[in-house]
Design a protein around this ligand. Structure first.
Ligand SMILES: Nc1nc2c(ncn2[C@@H]2O[C@H](COP(=O)(O)OP(=O)(O)OP(=O)(O)O)[C@@H](O)[C@H]2O)c(=O)[nH]1
Ligand SMILES: [Mg+2]
Length: 548
């Protein structure tokens, strides 16, 4: 071998001349240690590369939309269908939330009766935490001003799709109605109602106990503070916000549910011997014990039923335009089942339960590869792992959305179409459909989301149908609807076109989009929709990841 064939770096690796046996052993040991460290670093890098690759194959989906639009309910449908094991394990822990929803409705009724007896004007909500704003008429810009119906402030912006309203108007109208009906309706409320109110008093304590059970992660959020609005807030009016609404919510749902179960178990073992035996409820077997909340609810069952079925109560609720049946977390028609000592929530109950989301909650769903089109990637699993982000939708929560816009494959946007005649609970001057429409426009125009597939759920079609059936006229709130037929099919089609136009006009680049008319509390029809959604998101994902 000539001199040129020699490794030019060999000199650096060669052992030093005259190396002693001891030096040689130390050198070999040092070299072995260096190799071990180098191998370790290689392994680490390999693992990081693999994790990064795996990350690349995770599908990220954001659920967006205003508060009460149905985001968490949509997520529940996903979990019920595709993460059945954890869904089944969690079902029982929703009992406290459902009981809380039930008690809220009863307290709302009691407060409404009190307001009626006190002769409060109609526009003032009986309870600041009434689950949904009762519908009141909006004024069209074109309606001429009369002494009784002052015109709304003129809005020139063509995107101002919906008519808006001055609260002065509703106050003046409700005020006169209140005066006209006060005497006759108050007289309907008798000693029986006072007695019911008294007997249902303990429910207030149960309400606060249940909130405590849901624990530290639970929170009372106050809305209506303009300064805290984030970049996605919609300050369409310059009014000072005065109305404050409290609604119970949680930041970490899983933690809250687990805590409530643990607390209920503790209470149950404390109460065991006192309430389990000699119970007048045939369904609770001898030796059964229940927690305090369940016990009090069961003992108030007859009174709650008497209150809800009372004709005078229904008349007052109608007069005050409080349609509890259409509000979130309505369980009054299920009192026979829910206010029992042995009550266990059904899938349907959990889907209908209302627990406001605070912040952003992340859920991981691993799809079964037998169900669809996974491909490529790590072991052929591209598109199998999903991260679903469920966000709080009220205005004060929207600033928390933006950090999650990065690297999102799809947005499922919930726009409740039944709320054309409702106002935001956090800002009673803004029409809810208008808020949805403007929020959709902002999401569509976001550059960060320009590659995301857009999926729109025109949700709460069941409630829309009910409202239209009961005589509500879309054109009174949406002048551009004109003389089209006032039925659910025509209304949904009209709104779908409006949302589509916005998407087309405001998307930074062409993108895939899908539109569905939904009622996400209907788990059967929603199962079909989310299967279609899942397949299209996966297909889009694989297409762009070049895996197919
Ligand atoms: N009737 C009917 N009720 C619905 C529908 N979708 C959702 N709801 C109910 O509306 C309430 C609010 O739904 P959520 O899913 O909690 O709303 P959200 O968008 O997560 O609200 P935030 O957490 O406040 O942002 C719940 O009680 C649901 O059961 C629907 O299509 N029809
Ligand atoms: Mg939610």
């Amino acid at each position: 071998m000539g001199a040129t064939d020699q490794d030019p770096f060999a000199i650096f690796h060669a052992p030093p001349p005259n190396e002693t046996a001891g030096e040689r052993a130390a050198r070999i040991e040092k070299e072995a240690e260096e190799k071990r460290i180098s191998d370790q670093i290689d392994e680490q890098l390999k693992a990081e590369r693999l994790a990064l690759k795996k990350q690349k194959y995770v599908v990220r989906v954001l659920l967006l939309g205003q508060s009460e639009s149905g985001k968490s309910t949509t997520l529940k449908n996903f979990r019920m269908k595709y993460a059945k094991e954890s869904w089944d394990a969690e079902r029982a822990s929703w009992r406290a939330v459902i009981q809380l929803n039930l008690i809220r409705s009863i307290i709302t009724i009691v407060e409404t009766l009190q307001a009626e007896m006190d002769g409060e004007p109609l526009d003032r909500p009986a309870s600041p935490s009434t689950p949904a704003t009762p519908a009141t008429a909006l004024i069209e810009e074109s309606v001429p001003s009369t002494p009784n119906t002052p015109s709304a402030p003129s809005r020139k912006d063509p995107s101002y799709l919906l008519a808006s309203q001055t609260s002065k108007e509703s106050l003046s109208r409700s005020g006169s109605l209140s005066l006209a009906n006060k005497a006759s309706l108050s007289s309907l409320l008798t000693g029986k109602h006072q007695l019911l109110k008294l007997r249902l008093g303990p429910l207030r304590r149960v309400e606060s106990d249940l909130k405590n059970q849901l624990g530290e992660g639970a929170d009372e959020e106050q809305d209506g503070v303009a300064e805290s609005f984030g970049p996605l807030s919609l300050e369409t009016t310059s009014q000072t916000l005065t109305k404050r609404k409290k609604e119970f919510g949680v930041r970490k749902l899983q933690d809250a549910l687990e805590r409530s179960v643990a607390a209920a178990k503790r209470a149950q073992s404390r109460n065991g011997s006192q309430h389990g035996h000699g119970s007048d409820d045939e369904t609770a077997g001898a030796g059964d014990s229940v927690d305090g909340a369940t016990e009090i609810l069961a003992s108030c069952q007859e009174d709650m039923k008497a209150l809800w079925s009372d004709e005078a109560v229904r008349t007052v609720l109608r007069k005050r335009k409080l349609r509890l049946e259409d509000t979130a977390g309505f369980f009054l028609d299920d009192l026979d089942r829910i206010a029992r000592r042995d009550y266990q929530p059904s899938d349907d109950d959990v889907v209908r339960a209302r627990l406001r989301t605070l912040g952003v909650q992340e859920y991981r769903i691993t799809f079964d590869s037998s169900t669809t089109l996974f491909a490529g990637g790590v072991g052929g699993d591209g598109g199998k792992e999903w991260l679903l982000y469920d966000v709080g939708g009220s205005r004060t929560m929207r600033h928390a959305w933006v950090p999650f816009f990065d690297n999102v494959q799809a947005i499922i946007f919930l726009a409740p179409v039944s709320c054309f005649d409702e106002r935001l609970s956090e800002d009673s001057k803004v029409n809810r459909l208008e808020d949805s429409f403007l929020l959709w426009r902002m999401v569509c125009s976001s550059k960060l989301l320009s590659k995301a597939t857009m999926i729109l759920f025109l949700n709460k079609c069941d409630l829309l149908k009910r409202k239209l059936k009961s005589g509500a006229q879309i054109k009174a709130y949406l002048p551009s609807f004109g003389e089209r037929t006032n039925d659910v099919g025509t209304v949904v089609k009209y709104l779908r076109e409006k949302f589509k136009e916005v998407l087309k006009e405001h998307s930074p680049a062409p993108r895939s989009s899908y539109f569905y008319a939904t009622s996400v509390v209907d788990t059967k029809s929603t199962a079909t929709t989310i299967k279609a959604v899942k397949d299209s998101i996966t297909r889009e994902f694989l297409k762009h990841a070049d895996l197919m």
